[in-house]
Design a protein around this ligand. Structure first.
Ligand code: 6PG
Length: 243
């Protein structure tokens, strides 16, 4: 489903309402809410809204477990850190138990960090070998090149079918990234894409209505077998979509 919002502020309000609803629904059904946060700049306004009432009061933070969909290979206090973004705008301002914050350790060897996070997921979701974690909600963004999480065009991570988390060198960034893999994204109960700005219009059109070329537009790989995908987009990002 694609929901068009007037601007980033309206998109963020809609995302906050959906986040809170999903949190309440999951906690009522199973006693906890597991969410994977996205990085970049788009979710910043959403995180700030969730740190304020009414959303701060509505989300059952004591039952909420926060993970990350991807992370840069930097320390948690680095300006590029997705953890730092979420901590400074949201997690430091809400009563979430420290043990419910499951950080991807970007500061250690990436191969070790990926393997360690797989163990974190297996423990947090009580997985048996071969089982996938089913997040109640995964927030995702969209890059201008069609990437999502840290699944970048032309990288092996886009085609990973066994691992839960991988470390991936991204040549265009000249940097390593840590990312959940397509099987984990596609095991989610709900995916919420947040896409804002005219710079994303071409990628959004390709992902939503172009030929299926996930290697070129990795966000196309997100097709949960038993989960819903909602695209929250602002009007500027729809500039190249047909009616
Ligand atoms: C990251 C994100 C990434 C992001 C897109 C969009 O670590 O950067 O997880 O997938 O969502 O690059 O980023 P913006 O919101 O900054 O446009």
């Amino acid at each position: 489903m694609v929901i068009i919002c007037d601007d980033l502020a309206a998109l963020s309000r809609e995302a906050a309402a959906r986040f809170a609803h999903r949190a309440e629904e999951a906690t009522a059904a199973q006693g906890r809410f597991s969410v994977a946060l996205s990085g970049g700049t788009t979710p910043r306004a959403l995180y700030a809204l969730l740190a304020q009432n009414p959303w701060r009061a509505r989300v059952p933070w004591a039952a909420t477990h926060v993970f990350w969909g991807d992370e840069r290979c930097v320390p948690p206090d680095h300006p590029d850190s997705n953890y730092r973004l979420a901590y400074q705008t949201l997690l430091a301002h809400v009563p979430i138990p420290a043990g419910n914050i499951h950080r991807l350790r970007g500061e250690i060897d990436p191969i070790v960090a990926a393997s360690e996070y797989e163990s974190v997921l297996r423990a947090a979701f009580g997985l048996r070998p071969g089982q996938l974690p089913r997040f109640d909600l995964i927030l995702l963004g969209l890059g201008e090149d069609g990437h999502t999480a840290s699944l970048f065009p032309g990288t092996a991570a886009v085609h990973e079918r066994e691992r839960l988390v991988v470390a991936q060198w991204v040549e265009k960034l000249k940097a390593c990234r840590l990312t959940l893999t397509p099987p984990v994204l596609n095991a989610a109960a709900a995916i919420l894409f947040l896409v804002a700005g005219g710079a994303k219009a071409a990628a959004l059109r390709q992902v939503l209505s172009g030929d299926n070329r996930p290697d070129r537009y990795p966000a196309q790989v997100v097709r949960p077998a038993d989960g819903d995908v909602t695209w929250l987009v602002d009007r500027a990002a729809t500039g190249q979509l047909s009616s």
